[in-house]
Design a protein. Sequence first.
Length: 402
Amino acid sequence: MTEVAYIYDAIRTPRGKGKKEGSLHQATPIWLVRTLLKEMQKRHDLDTSLVDDLVLGCVTPVGEQGSDIARIAIIDADWDESVAGVTLSRFCASGLESINLAATKVMSGMEDMVVAGGVESMSRVPMGSDGGAWYMDPRVNDATQFVPQGVGADAIATLRGFTREDVDAFATESHKRAAAAWEKGYYDKSVVPVTDINGMLLLDKDETIRPNTSVETLAGLNPSFIMPGKMGFDSVILDKYTTIEKVNHVHHAGNSSGIVDGSALCLVGSKAAGEKANLKPRAKITMASVIGSEPTIMLTGPTPACLKALSKAGMTASDIDLWEINEAFAVVPMNTAADLGVSLDKVNVNGGAIAMGHPLGATGAMLVTTVLDELERRDLNTAMITLCVGGGMGIATIIERV
């Protein structure tokens, strides 16, 4: 039994600065998810008993993000008690993996309609607070040849020949594109304002965009990963990549993704389920893939993941109209686009995580909302969403308008 998995809706919160002074710090993670569940129900007058499950990505599912936040959010939002909920982590791919899993459930016929997405409140649950042997256990740390992602990003730039000016120019463009998209109202359709419990507005726009960013202003920032490199992580890279003599440290806070709070949800279902709920499909999920990649340098997974998805779909990179390649660091989309022969004019056309931030578990789902809106605005057909993933993995999803 093979069904088509359609996307019926895709919404997100704005992204708030992931610090105590950030506008969404007051909102708990479950409040962010609840806000979107309430909005989704309201937008479509949705009979929530028609939804089988909520699949929610969260990279740090502890504390306020723990105890299967997906199921508890369903109850808190007063959705029908028959709707189940599961929380998963595939590091930074969690939000997109949730959508892919929802599509798999629908395509198999196992379930009819699933809400999927992610949440991360980085101001309230700090990154890495769940621990883990990968970077906490010295034996595992050594056995896996772990280095911090920023050192891996700098190593890719060194191997590829990207200069400090190159990555700063990319970062500058991210801010300019994001600022222009907000000014033109391109995000209005999918972004749901967040209010507090009294209905007072907390945030209605991504908070970290700096429209006046320039290569000249970024040039004044010191590289962020020289110190960990000196602590021995550069040596791990050099032992593995013998063609380079030293790591050229080019990434810093201005050309890397920002720490932010946010959530995103997509409504995925079969044709029959959509008709039963009086919903009109916006796109279908054509193919998705995950892949393991080199775990030390860690950030090269998008290329083989995209190639795997394209191959399984019988497509080539030239068949894709728009690309969302997560800007974990500037070098990631630059490297992926160069590998695949894709013009940066088609990549992250409304800005990315360098400008707007990377709420780990939610980002993949946020990229789906962004690119779906843009496909519709431009009257285009196909998009690829891809992210690099901790531990050396890649994820990619192809969607097509219907």
